[in-house]
Design a protein around this ligand. Sequence first.
Ligand code: OXD
Length: 309
Amino acid sequence: MNIFFYATYSNQEEFFQTIKKKFKHDKIFTIKDNVDLSKIDIAMVWNLPSNFLKKMVNLKAIFSIGAGVDHVLKLPNIRKVPIIRVKDPTMRIRMYNHVLSQILIFQLKLKIYDEAQRKKNWINERYTPLNSELTIGIMGFGYIGSFVALNIKKIGYNVIGFKKNVVTKNFPLEIYDSSSLNKFIKKSDIIVSILPETKKTKNFINANFLKKMKESSLLINIGRGSAVNELDLIKHIKKNPNFYASLDVFNKEPLKKNHKFWPNKNITITPHVAAITDHDSSISYLYKRFMDFKKTGKIKSDVDLKLGY
Ligand code: OXD
């Protein structure tokens, strides 16, 4: 098959070499090849520019080189071809590690001691809750969210979940839906957003949402930046000195130098690195899906175009 590879990763050459090695029985093209795009069967992409898809008239599937597919769904001329996303076990382990690290920093008040250290202040000890005294609310129950939730529960935290419409059946956690969102927010000591980017999740975490959160609380966002109204968040933090945010994703990335988040001591910024896309394991996953397709001629989309994720 003819595969078109395009990615904006800083280590895209590594991805390209891994793809070439794995898909050695197929032809891999890049933008440099000036290939006739009507001959392309598979687009393997991250942030494909908008004018390419239109010309791929014989495309059979789009493989997203990452967990999110919003970069694909944004493209004009999105064909009704199956969209495959990376479901890489190493990615969800990394996400779990990241979330746990941010919970612990908040729980153990490490930001307060860090700030004191910078001022050479030997401050008094403070009460730190045990895992069993904290309720972690997780929003977004896909491949990553469900893994994070279950593993956080395993180490003694109370964990509850929020899913907009469908209440997941037989899931070993209390799950709230849109009709019980207020309860979910009020019960949570820490809220973790792993929401995808869709029309419905845009600005979901806004002033109204934030004011229902506990005064001393932490918001972790590792889903998509568009779920948070950034202006509302900064205003909320200014009014609530014990409210913290740990943000890995933003409305616009990279975050502009003059963004108000940078200097705020209650905000932790990580540059969309909560889980790196490991080129070896993610390409191995896509290769497996590709080989199944080659064998059976069938491939099931991971994306519901109506839901938008
Ligand atoms: C993502 C990713 O979807 O990094 O954000 O894979």
